[in-house]
Design a protein around this ligand. Structure first.
Ligand code: URA
Length: 254
């Protein structure tokens, strides 16, 4: 929370996290020192609950173009993908990582230099902040599934081109189908616009519950952690988004 500029919880005095707030708004729950590394890992998740007890999420209503593929087949398909020129410049594909039965799925834009090198999403500085944000809301990185709109790094970290995003869309849709999360947290304008197939600005996308186009999974949008590293004053608003995401997810988990 400190990394988000928010007053710190005292773990010893709070054996259980407070329940989700009934509505959004300033001051509804203090921001944790998340954005340091100090969140107590022993704190139980507010979304604990058996996967099969989830109420919502469309469970692949229309199906993705890769809906016949298993995890292994999908990973192999992505690894050998040459649908666009990004295949020529990537070091390797960045498929996604995490809990394949996650309640929360996090979706970013595209791999950066470090991700391209390691083959894993969000492993650079922005990834460290994302980890802290997730820990602060009680959904540590290892409990969620993390993927990107693009599976290959765009040269010089330029924005994804529409055809690149379109080529990768079926892969992401299949990942969503396979995980079947109760909630998708989308970080950043570019990822949100691609996910939701809109050109609305981030300000209009935050603070509302959306539905993912194919799976009909609830979607909440927040700032990209790389943006928050540049604009730490907006961490407070990001914390409000995380509280809102927790509230939305709780509607779909018993
Ligand atoms: N930014 C993203 O959107 N995704 C990553 O994996 C890393 C940085």
């Amino acid at each position: 929370m400190q990394a988000m500029g928010i007053p710190v919880w005292k773990p010893k005095d709070t054996p259980h996290p407070p329940p989700p707030s009934p509505s959004r708004g300033e001051g509804e729950e203090e921001m944790p020192s998340v954005l340091l590394n100090s969140y107590p890992s022993s704190l139980p998740s507010p979304l604990e609950g058996r996967r099969e007890e989830r109420l919502g999420a469309g469970r692949g209503v229309r199906g993705s173009s890769c809906s016949h593929l298993s995890w292994d087949e999908l990973r192999a398909t992505v690894q050998s993908c040459t649908r666009c020129d990004l295949a020529k410049t990537r070091t390797q594909t960045v498929f996604g990582t995490g809990n394949q039965q996650a309640v929360w799925m996090v979706i970013g834009e595209a791999p950066g230099a470090e991700e391209d090198k390691q083959g894993l999403p969000f492993v650079g500085k922005a990834g460290q902040l994302l980890n802290n944000m997730l820990a602060a809301i009680g959904m540590p990185r290892e409990t969620v599934y993390i993927a990107n709109v693009l599976k290959c790094r765009p040269p010089n970290n330029r924005d994804p081109k529409p055809d690149e995003a379109a080529n990768c869309r079926g892969y992401l849709e299949r990942q969503i189908e396979l995980v079947n999360p109760a909630l998708i947290l989308v970080v950043g304008r570019i990822a949100a616009q691609n996910m939701l197939q809109t050109d609305a600005p981030l300000a209009r996308l935050r603070g509302r519950e959306h539905l993912a186009p194919v799976s009909r999974t609830p979607v909440v949008v927040t700032y990209h952690p790389a943006y928050l590293l540049r604009q730490p004053a907006d961490k407070r608003k990001a914390w409000q988004d995380l509280l809102f995401a927790r509230e939305v997810a709780a509607r779909y988990v018993r």
